[in-house]
Write a protein that binds this ligand. Structure first.
Ligand SMILES: [Zn+2]
Length: 226
């Protein structure tokens, strides 16, 4: 019997079915070895691809580094110019408050959208400070304008400004009330303009209260009643 059946180590009689099994095993083993050799080939191909990629990567990397070094060399003088410009700009940013600078506070009132601008004496502590230092000095205020000659600080205030007045008839004479920051009324001025000398129409308005904005307007309205 073709001894091939025994190649795989089948020590059985030449029984056909056993023989077939042996052939099957033999074929399988050939196939398996083929697969193995194919695997090996794949592994070699794989290693080769990785090697090629690594070499190409290395070359690209080297070229890139070389290019960057070259670029750095060419750009360097330009950077030096920029550096000089920056020094000049920084010197300008480093502007400091002069001892005779103007100083003002700007308050924004969010209830009435008015703002109040008050000039004040420059606090001595601000002299020779730069913008950032002034900003840091005041926790609640923002630096709105800054130069050696002028510092303006701004702040938002929750409420009404102090320019809202109500003119009203109380105890038969005209009184002026001021609207407080949170909307409360406080007596601002009492006059000797008496109810008896006012026309009926004005009395009605004054009993309800006339709202006036600004001290200038307040004086002119009061004059009309005198
Ligand atoms: Zn206001």
């Amino acid at each position: 019997m073709r001894g091939r059946g025994f190649v795989f180590g089948c020590f059985f009689d030449a029984n056909i079915s056993v023989f077939k099994i042996c052939i099957f095993f033999q074929k399988s083993s050939i196939l398996l070895s083929k697969v193995r050799s194919m695997r090996k080939e794949y592994i070699y191909i794989g290693i080769l691809i990785i090697a090629i990629v690594a070499v190409v990567w290395g070359i690209v990397g080297l070229l890139n580094t070389a290019y960057k070094t070259e670029e750095a060399k060419t750009i360097h003088p330009v950077e030096e110019i920029y550096e000089n410009e920056n020094t000049v700009t920084t010197a300008m940013e480093e502007e400091k408050v002069s001892p005779n600078a103007e100083f003002a506070l700007k308050k924004y009132y969010d209830e009435c959208s008015h703002f109040q601008y008050e000039e004040a004496e420059l606090p001595k502590e601000l002299v020779n400070l730069n913008e950032q230092e002034v900003e840091d000095y005041y926790e609640d205020w923002e630096v709105e304008k800054f130069s050696a000659d002028q510092v303006v600080l701004g702040k938002e205030i929750n409420g009404y400004c102090n320019e809202h007045f109500i003119i009203r008839l109380d105890d038969d004479t005209i009184h002026v009330y001021q609207l407080g920051t949170s909307g409360e009324l406080k007596e601002y001025q009492s006059t000797d303009i008496a109810r008896d000398y006012l026309p009926e129409e004005d009395i009605e308005d004054l009993e309800e209260g006339i709202t006036v904005y600004g001290e200038g307007k307040l004086s002119s309205v009061l004059e009309d009643f005198e």
